[in-house]
Write a protein that binds this ligand. Structure first.
Ligand code: FAD
Length: 510
């Protein structure tokens, strides 16, 4: 066993392990030979490293910035605090519908951002380097790069390792727009550092990040233009969902230009101007104090010296097999760097799978068949499985679609939140192929459909399962009720039953 750094001559700190191999007699001891080195301390890296340590492996975690990664510092957590503040503003805007008269309100943007910082700080306590060291992980706060498949250079040290997990995430990219670099723009990172609310902002890209920010800024009072190369927002979602979301954004005050590609950027006075063109050659000009680019992500791998490890990088992410093994047999990958489903919950799932495969001889495939996600606009948009269009392509002739608008769900009516619907796409014998919800609390509601898909529970079971009244979850049940309605309440069945009841009445009179 190689002697760890700061190890007194002749002593091996791993003898008589205390459960925390990093610490002995109050000194932090760093090993140089590991079972696992994890690069990147975001969700995927933290889950991998903490999991490996809890299994008794000797593990190092290398992070060049702050533990917690994108989700904690510049992604999910801060944006969701803004979503909440924006929702409060919107509720006040509509308070008279609930019988509450307010005498106006003011959006205190610095206070909103301060709240965001406080919440990020508090959520980040779990990811404090000392807490992670306390779990038995050697934490290095510096940039890592491979010198060979089993050696990682960090902070002037060389960590030799049997296995590695790359969890270095992804970052924003900007589309090729003439003049954009000259006029300057925000990504989500800079948008979350603003201290003054922009009077006007042009958001480029209508994926989840673009839509969430567009609605947030509009609800805070900025003039917002959203430019999307696809005709509807959230182009990966079911078309019906995009149609409803477009109406919602417009009613929040967002000007939506769908089907336009931004070609040129320039400044005029203190305004930034974008010129975009659609397929018919028509142009629009959008002006704003700020430009927010939310139009793509790329894998973060530039500093890893992957060539030294024999790890291949493709456009969207590292080349991995179904077991999340890269092209180097001892190196695995997890999270955004795989280019598959850029979500925190997927990063966590993949980290667990990569960790098992890295540490143990029996390798299992990561199962990406049932992956849900949610866009946290208001109303939320949640999805799992195939869209109707995809299902019709892949399961020709077998597909049936069931819908339930929230306007027919008592709880949504009571809450005054009737926008949207649940849509379930089924195949043979009621097997659920996809679920799509745009509506209140969609991100929570989708999980019933997720579990049904994961466990092959047919749609009919959602109908026959008792749901609490009055809850939004009844929207799922009502959608599934339509399956039986379609199956049982046909004209033919009604005729047969009519005959049966008639016959029974006649017989009972005798
Ligand atoms: C604005 C926004 C909102 C989002 N909202 C949601 C949401 O609501 N729900 C959801 O599920 N997902 C959301 N996401 C996506 C989510 O943030 C990511 O999927 C998740 O953070 C990926 O985790 P990761 O561990 O793969 O990567 P990251 O969290 O990016 O972590 C990678 C880490 O690796 C480090 N690193 C990189 N290179 C090196 C190196 N050479 N050496 C050492 N360290 C290195 C980086 O500093 C970083 O800390 C959002 C993303 C954004 C941008």
């Amino acid at each position: 066993m190689s002697c760890p750094i700061q190890c007194p001559p002749g002593a091996d700190p791993y003898d008589g392990a205390t459960g925390n191999p990093n610490r002995q007699g109050g000194t932090t001891l760093i090993a140089s030979r590991y079972d696992l080195v994890v690069i990147g301390g975001g969700t995927a890296g933290l889950v991998s490293a903490a999991g490996a340590a809890s299994l008794g492996a000797r593990v190092a975690l290398v992070e060049r910035d702050k533990l917690g990664g994108d989700c904690l510092h510049t992604g999910c957590v801060p944006t969701k605090t803004l979503v909440k503040s924006a929702r409060v503003a919107s509720l006040i805007d509509h308070s008279e519908e609930y019988g509450i008269k307010t005498s106006g309100y003011e959006v205190n943007f610095p206070a909103i951002m301060d709240r965001m910082v406080r919440i990020v700080r508090s959520a980040g306590e779990h990811d404090d380097p000392d807490r992670i060291r306390g779990l038995g992980v050697d934490v290095f706060l510096d940039e890592a790069r491979f010198t060979s498949p089993d050696e990682v250079a960090v902070d002037g040290r060389r960590l030799t390792t049997r296995n590695a997990i790359i969890a270095t995430g992804s970052h924003s990219t900007a589309p090729p727009i003439t003049g954009l670099e000259d006029i300057g723009y925000l990504t989500h990172v800079e948008a979350l550092r603003l201290r003054r609310l922009p009077r006007s902002i042009v958001v480029v890209g209508s994926g989840p990040i673009g839509c969430e920010f567009a609605q947030i800024f509009a609800r805070f009072g900025s003039d917002v233009v959203l430019i999307s190369s696809s005709p509807l927002p959230l182009p990966k979602e079911d078309v019906e969902v995009g149609e409803v979301l477009k109406q919602v954004l417009v009613s929040d005050g967002v000007t939506f230009h769908g089907g336009y590609k931004v070609e040129e950027a320039r400044t005029e006075g203190d305004e930034k101007v974008l010129i975009a063109r659609n397929e018919r050659g028509e142009t629009v000009e959008a002006r704003g104090e700020e430009i927010l680019i939310a139009a793509g992500r790329a894998p973060t791998a530039e500093s890893l010296s992957l060539e030294n490890a024999g790890v291949e990088l493709e456009k969207k992410g590292l080349k991995v097999d179904e077991k999340l093994c890269t092209t180097a047999p001892n190196i695995y990958a997890a999270g955004d760097i795989t280019g598959k489903y850029l979500f925190t919950h997927v990063a966590e799932y993949q980290a667990r799978a990569a960790l098992r495969n890295a540490l143990f001889p029996i390798k299992t495939k990561a199962d990406h068949r049932v992956v849900p996600w949610t866009t946290f606009t208001d109303p939320e948009v949640a999805r799992v499985g195939l869209t109707e269009e995809q299902a019709r392509r892949e399961h020709d002739g077998q597909v049936r679609v069931f819908r339930q608008p929230f306007s027919g769900v008592d709880r949504a009516v009571v809450d005054g939140e009737t926008e949207g619907f649940v849509k379930i796409v089924t195949g043979k014998r009621g097997r659920i192929l996809g679920g799509h919800i745009i509506g209140p609390d969609a991100g929570n509601l989708i999980h019933e459909i997720v579990l049904a898909m994961q466990k092959n529970i047919p749609i009919g079971t959602l109908s026959t399962t008792i749901h609490v009244y009055p809850t939004l979850a009844q929207a799922n049940q009502r959608t599934a009720d339509n399956y039986y309605r379609e199956k049982l309440f046909t004209d033919r069945n009604r005729k047969i039953l009519k005959g049966f009841f008639g016959l029974r009445r006649r017989l009972s009179r005798r």
